[in-house]
Design a protein around this ligand. Structure first.
Ligand SMILES: Cc1cc2nc3c(=O)[nH]c(=O)nc-3n(C[C@H](O)[C@H](O)[C@H](O)COP(=O)(O)OP(=O)(O)OC[C@H]3O[C@@H](n4cnc5c(N)ncnc54)[C@H](O)[C@@H]3O)c2cc1C
Length: 419
């Protein structure tokens, strides 16, 4: 840590002659990447990263995969925070912000800032009435994963509520551990909020193939000791219940701050990831941003967005308006590992887009493309990483595809560009 950083940390006061103090609220992927990107982009001033969790900052995707199965103990980021002069304040909750005064309230007292970056991520939605009920689990944090590991190790009977991305990954791990798994989903199919019915139809079969039971159109009425009772009266035995019914931006602490929030509480950011208040930025799962590419505001709860967005925010903070920074307008990307398949998605599709199959969904590997007026808008690849990599580049380039060639899985996607 530089002398100036130590002095600022000690006194809490900012010396006008030195650089601005950047304080980052939230020490997950987006917060950590903001701090690292600031240094990469030559920002030399004090950077403080505040995180509510007591653990060294860590990566979340392994929590529903290797960490859950005990194949990895933890997933801490391999970053030398000291060496980079990034001050970590862990186990410290940010409780409010007074934007006019440029001051944060935290569980350890007020923290002044010159530039604030909001990176508090998202929190899982709980099943109503189950808060603190023994045997009911969420899966968001390292502590959640640590509590679930013994459930898998014991081969317990598990009911998973929600057949979304997290539910599918948890079911995969639980089956691999030998648990009896039933997944209950209120909608008529898995991933109903993300993908159209004709695409999720083959994915629903994956549950049964893995030995898990999938009950769709199934609403949970209540949870009793050792059982989940459905609205239609069916009772499912359950040593443990894992709830994966979505996540909401963790922004409740911003109430009354004057920082504008949009639907579902996401911080409303602009294409520079600036919020409605001066000197306050927002990155990662907690923020929404305008996408000129897709003509709508996006909230992206995926890892790649927590990697890319911070680079834009850091570039603006470091440049202070002295250099042109391109707007943040990514082609969103995510992956999921479920039921022995590698599922990847890039882009953003709408119901009106034309859906094009590449391959037979009964086969282990297939893809789907969405075309908007002939231009590739999104691609979903199951076991076809080349389709994903090429598709992502084609989406970035706004390429128009020849539908016949794009629908032929033996033709590389990049060779399906319309002439
Ligand atoms: C189990 C799991 C598996 C996933 N797998 C995948 C995957 O396979 N592929 C993919 O693309 N994405 C995956 N994701 C999503 C991805 O991990 C997230 O998009 C990413 O972590 C978002 O980073 P973030 O920093 O914005 O938010 P978070 O990772 O949520 O980090 C926010 C941090 O802020 C802290 N915080 C919150 N409120 C406060 C406060 N008031 N004061 C101080 N600190 C606070 C939190 O404790 C947290 O540590 C997965 C997520 C989970 C939970």
């Amino acid at each position: 840590m530089s002398e100036q950083q130590q002095r600022t940390e000690r006194t809490g006061r900012h010396d006008e002659r030195t650089e601005r103090r950047v304080v980052i609220a939230g020490a997950g992927m987006a917060g950590v990447q903001t701090a690292v990107a600031l240094r990469e982009q030559g920002f030399a001033g004090p950077v403080t990263l505040i995180g509510a969790e007591p653990h060294q900052p860590y990566d979340r995707p392994p929590l529903s995969k290797a960490v859950l199965l005990g194949k990895a103990e933890e997933s801490a980021f391999d970053i030398d925070f000291d060496g980079l002069g990034i001050a970590l304040r862990l186990g410290c909750e940010v409780t409010g912000v007074r934007a006019g005064a440029h001051e944060l309230d935290t569980s350890a007292g007020p923290v002044p800032y010159d530039v604030l970056v909001l990176a508090t991520g998202a929190e899982p939605v709980a099943l109503p009435g189950t808060d603190g009920v023994p045997g009911v689990h969420l899966l968001r944090t390292l502590d959640d994963a640590a509590r679930l590991r013994p459930v898998l190790e014991a081969g317990h009977t598990v009911v998973v509520v929600g057949a979304g991305w997290i539910g599918a990954e948890f079911a995969t791990a639980a089956r691999a551990a030998g648990c009896a798994v039933t997944v209950v989903e209120a909608a008529d199919r898995p991933l109903a909020g993300s993908l159209p019915a004709e695409v999720t139809a083959p994915m629903a079969d994956w549950y049964e193939q893995s030995g898990a039971r999938l009950l769709t159109g199934a609403r949970v009425a209540r949870i009793e000791p050792g059982a989940v009772v459905l609205a239609d009266g069916r009772t499912l035995p359950a040593d443990a219940v894992v709830v994966g019914i979505g996540a909401r931006p963790a922004t409740g602490w911003l109430a009354g701050s004057g920082i504008a929030l949009g639907p579902e509480g996401a911080v409303t950011a602009d294409a520079a990831l600036r919020t409605s208040q001066p000197d306050v930025y927002a990155v990662g799962d907690c923020a929404s941003f305008p996408s000129a590419r897709y003509g709508s505001r996006l909230v992206v709860h995926h890892w790649d967005n927590a990697l890319q967005g911070p680079r834009t925010a850091a570039a603006h903070i470091a440049a202070q308006g002295a250099a042109e920074v391109p707007p943040y307008d990514p082609v969103p990307y995510f992956w999921s590992e479920q039921f022995d398949r590698f599922v990847q998605y890039a882009g953003h599709h709408a119901d009106a887009d034309t859906l094009l199959w590449r391959g037979d969904p009964a086969d282990p590997a297939w893809s789907v493309c969405w075309l908007r007026d002939g231009v590739l808008a999104a691609v979903l690849a199951v076991g076809r990483p080349r389709d994903l990599a090429q598709g992502r580049r084609l989406i970035e380039a706004g390429a128009r595809l020849d539908a016949e060639r794009a629908g032929d899985p033996s033709v590389p996607l990049k060779s399906a560009v319309a002439s």
